[in-house]
Design a protein around this ligand. Structure first.
Ligand SMILES: Cc1cc2nc3c(=O)[nH]c(=O)nc-3n(C[C@H](O)[C@H](O)[C@H](O)COP(=O)(O)OP(=O)(O)OC[C@H]3O[C@@H](n4cnc5c(N)ncnc54)[C@H](O)[C@@H]3O)c2cc1C
Length: 470
């Protein structure tokens, strides 16, 4: 009898497996896909030699993760590469707002009327990334904050919708940049907690950067799996779990799946019937003859480029995705890892990644509206495209069963669903079945490659397993 079986080899499943194996437990992981990693994978999606990240590409939450920081992942091949500028947000006049490593450079890019406001916003949190990450990348009601004063101060700002918080800025550069950061929650800008998302991403840029892993996101999953094997764990691929009986007997089953799949596989009935899946993405991976010819010089040096341009347009794009409308002027999150990682493409060539938001289950083709939007800020872009791999909600859902209807957050993060995931429970990692746990991003702290859901699910399982032994 194994101590634990983990279903799904995404970053959370692998983290849960590593944490239990490091405590001496026998652990095996079963993954449906032919390769491990879930949302942290790398593949030749377009042409030979072009290595694309189909999902996550840029990793402020991984490099700043309290769970990963305790693991010697660099020994298993993980190497972080930092771009010159973490993120640029270009405007039609050829200028750009910039999220730089330095607070000063960031503030300066907003212009004189908002520079001081930005400095005052981040000053109380500067140098406190470790406690903020510990206190906010978790279930808010489980345990006391490490730094209650900073927690309260951050929480008061974080709870606000970014549409309200942004009123303190006078010019569009700061407002648009903050709105673009908040949009990573894939929720309307009027939603509870969107300021928290924006400020956390900004603080991460100043504290730990927005790096990419050398070789692609697969390197994160491979390093976790390497560490797991070093502690005696095993990973099985091409094994889609359909029933608990498919698995070897174990004292705990930890699901890195959607709550819907968990309920079906572990026969939990209607336990998660109220889970709401959110909007999806339309993602394009490009093989490029040259780097993207952004007009704004800062965008040519940034690992990530947000294409809004204004907070109004970003808000409209998110509202459209949330209310089932076709995208017309999408807000784009784009990444250009090959600028700093030569392993991603043949010499002199590049990979580029872009997505906009679309409704859950949307079956249209957003290629034209996405490329029209890129061309506004990088004229001549299309002429440099060698090949493209296009994925709308059906393809995204087919790549990974956790993306229900193409919802890449595995459960809406709008409003209180950012905190209460997948449903109201004291310990959301526990289920009605005493041996079954949930560790995917459908639990707090939610989306992103940080392993924190896996970390807390492993803790819950460990408590149960050791209580049994006692
Ligand atoms: C287009 C896109 C861009 C993104 N960009 C970023 C980014 O830049 N930075 C960032 O931090 N995050 C990003 N993310 C989010 C990030 O990828 C996810 O938040 C993260 O991967 C969630 O990890 P997880 O372990 O919860 O689940 P997943 O990574 O989804 O892994 C779940 C695994 O479980 C497997 N599985 C599911 N059901 C079964 C079953 N029945 N049997 C066996 N195996 C099963 C799946 O195949 C999958 O491998 C992005 C996501 C997408 C889709």
């Amino acid at each position: 009898m194994l101590d634990a079986v983990v279903i799904g080899a995404g970053p959370n499943g692998l983290t849960a497996a590593v944490e239990l194996a490091r405590r001496g437990m026998s652990v095996e992981v079963f993954e449906a896909h032919g390769t491990i990693g879930g949302g942290a994978r790398t593949e030749e999606l377009t042409l030979p030699g072009f290595r694309h990240d189909p999902c996550s590409a840029v990793h402020p939450l991984a490099v700043g993760s309290p769970a990963f920081s305790t693991m010697p992942l660099e020994r298993y091949g993980l190497k972080w590469l930092h771009p010159d500028i973490p993120m640029a947000h270009p405007f039609p006049d050829g200028t750009a707002g910039v999220l730089a490593r330095s607070v000063g450079q960031t503030a300066m890019s907003f212009g004189p009327r908002d520079a001081g406001t930005y400095r005052r916003l981040v000053a109380p949190f500067t140098g406190k990334w470790d406690t903020l990450a510990h206190d906010f990348l978790r279930t808010q009601w489980l345990g006391l904050p490490k730094d209650p004063v900073t927690y309260a101060r951050f929480g008061l700002a974080a709870a606000q919708p970014i549409s309200l918080f942004n009123r303190r800025f006078q010019d569009e550069k700061a407002r648009a940049l903050m709105a673009g950061l908040a949009a990573h929650a894939i929720a309307p800008l009027g939603s509870f907690g969107t300021t928290g998302i924006a400020v956390m991403f900004a603080l991460a840029a100043h504290a730990v950067g927005w790096p990419v892993p050398r070789g692609g996101s697969q390197a994160i999953a491979d390093a976790l799996a390497g560490l797991l094997r070093a502690h005696g764990g095993a990973v099985h691929t091409d094994f889609e779990v359909k029933r608990l009986d498919d698995l070897p007997p174990a004292r705990a089953y930890i699901f890195d799946t959607s709550p819907t799949a968990l309920a079906r596989i572990a026969r939990l009935g209607n336990a998660y019937r109220d889970v709401k899946y959110g909007p999806s993405c339309f993602k394009i991976d490009y093989a490029m003859a040259e780097p993207v010819p952004w007009t704004a010089e800062e965008a040519r040096r940034a690992g990530t480029v947000h294409v809004g341009p204004t907070s109004g347009e970003i808000g409209a794009a998110l509202d459209a995705a949330a209310t089932g409308q076709d995208p017309s002027v999408p807000f784009l999150i784009t990444a250009q890892p090959s600028l700093i990682d030569t392993t991603r493409a043949p010499e002199g060539k590049h990979t580029f990644w872009a997505y906009g938001h679309v409704p859950n289950g949307w079956e249209g083709d957003a290629t034209e509206v996405i490329e029209r939007q890129i061309e506004r800020f990088a004229p001549g872009f299309r002429d440099l495209v060698l090949a493209r791999a296009v994925a709308g909600p059906p393809q995204i859902a087919a790549r990974n069963a956790n993306y229900v209807g193409g919802d890449v957050a595995c459960g809406s993060a709008a409003g209180l669903r950012l905190l209460i995931r997948p449903k109201l429970a004291r310990v959301p990692y526990e289920t009605a079945h005493p041996a079954v746990f949930l560790c995917s991003q459908s639990t707090p702290p939610g989306p992103g490659v940080h392993g924190m859901s896996g970390h807390y699910a492993a803790k819950a399982a460990w408590r149960r397993l050791t209580a049994g032994r006692r």
